[in-house]
Design a protein around this ligand. Sequence first.
Ligand code: GLU
Length: 295
Amino acid sequence: MPRSSPEQPVFRFAPSPNGLLHLGHALSAIINHDMAAAAGGRFLLRIEDIDVKRCRPEFEAAIFEDLAWLGLSWEQPVRRQSEHLDLYAAALQRLRGLGVVYPSVMTRGEIKAAVAAAEAGGKIWPRDPDGTPLYPGDERNLPPSEQAVLLAGDRPYAWRLDVAKAVDLVAETLTWIETGAGPAGETGVITADPAAWGDVILSRSDAPSSYHLSVVVDDALQGVAHVVRGRDLYHATSVHRLLQRLLDLPEPIYHHHRLILGPDGRKLSKSSQDTGIAAFRAAGRSPAEVRAMVL
Ligand code: GLU
């Protein structure tokens, strides 16, 4: 895999094949493609299909079809994350070696109940930037012997990042360079706040890697110099910077672009068929019209 060079910076569009692409994806793919072309750089397409339960080959085929119809071209071969689980497992192993991950066993239902109980007692439970309550479990404090019992047992567990410990270990303020803008217009040098996410999941028994872990491993491996993606992932960059620092990975430049909102003012979802690229194609609209609609 050729590495990024200053002369040929690498850009990537990294959709998950768990639904049909909509106008927001068209915008992201076109911006990446055009920025790469303007910089004399390379444009990669990466299929982020680690969630085997939700990803389908027909959605992957539709991604290729929609992007080609839009007039975009990308380098071959296309990287599929499901084919590289060993690399994400190795990265997790390295984090285990650093002592900054722990196995956690609370189910979604147990988490919900614990948070509800705490809030019923008058406590305001902290939430991550996406609004999800932070993990209320305390397995991070288990002594090694009890952790070994848990790992050997039958209960499914998920590896979580001990964010407080990781931040302590790094012992420096992490930042990133933002050439786009965050939700509140943040741009320039941004201070990362990974603790705002609590102890994020890095792998679980039914999904051997998380988005956060695989995205930083792949961006580094593919030499991605510019991460260009929707503003909904702006805050996730804090977790990515922490993982990059822990795993000794290079720091890309980030560019978060605006989102395309639906008539209800919310960001488009893959189930909103009427804003799907394929639907516009089927309705006889041209790629130029779709481009003009999003840019
Ligand atoms: N796979 C992610 C998504 O479809 C995007 C990852 C990224 O650009 O960092 O939302």
